[in-house]
Ligand binder design. Sequence first.
Ligand code: ADP
Ligand code: MG
Length: 249
Amino acid sequence: MESNEILRVNGISKRYGDISVFEHLDLSVKKGEVVVIVGPSGCGKSTFLRCLNGLEEIQEGEVLLDGERISQNPKELSRTREKIGMVFQSYDLFPHLTILQNLTLAPVKVKKRNKKDVEKEAEELLERVGLLSKKDRYPRELSGGQKQRVAIVRALIMHPEVLLLDEITAALDPEMVKEVLDVVLSLAKEGRTMVIVTHEMQVARAAANRMIFIDGGKIVEEGEPTEFFEHPQTERLRQFLHSFSYEAE
Ligand code: ADP
Ligand code: MG
């Protein structure tokens, strides 16, 4: 194992009954690396991410974080999810709690951290994403883009070693996409380890150290972003990129 490898996926397979979503997928992510996964709708991207932090049972293979196998034992899952944070398309903030309360809940309750310290950190993170003025507001008073930035902060405040982002801009109005993607780009720049699923090819290209194309339950192509976008090796990736008006010359 390479010394700076943080996440390793060894031959995982996911099936729902007789239906296979993917078979024998492998992945290795180094500390500070940003891996972006793209692929057609329904190819298993969300399921794959959910397998990485134990939200889905896997039928074969294993996932290792820092060389330690992620257990499927429910008792250990909350620990796993602290280490591997995830942000989804739907932000699912608690409607009856203020933004600050939404952010401090898990660190105080789950991690037993000091409330004042956590509030201070939440305020610093909110400032970073341009939302400090909203800390005492309720989720319904925020736009979708603002709520999604809060959801990113909620993941960051748990100090995850790896952050998984699953199409976090897919449900947003176009004018709100940029404010969320800018946060993602800044996290990539500061060296956060992330596995990102997105349909935003511009951002994929800007943020990714490595691109992965999944189709038909397999990794069809994988590579450094410039090569991936400009010289796709397979017809399937060429067609996929073409559908985003990304064409190899
Ligand atoms: P993507 O995120 O790439 O669009 P998903 O991971 O959501 O794809 O889904 C992959 C496949 O798994 C789809 O064909 C979907 O219908 C199937 N699937 C997802 N969740 C379930 C489930 N709970 N039961 C049965 N099939 C499922
Ligand atoms: Mg999905």
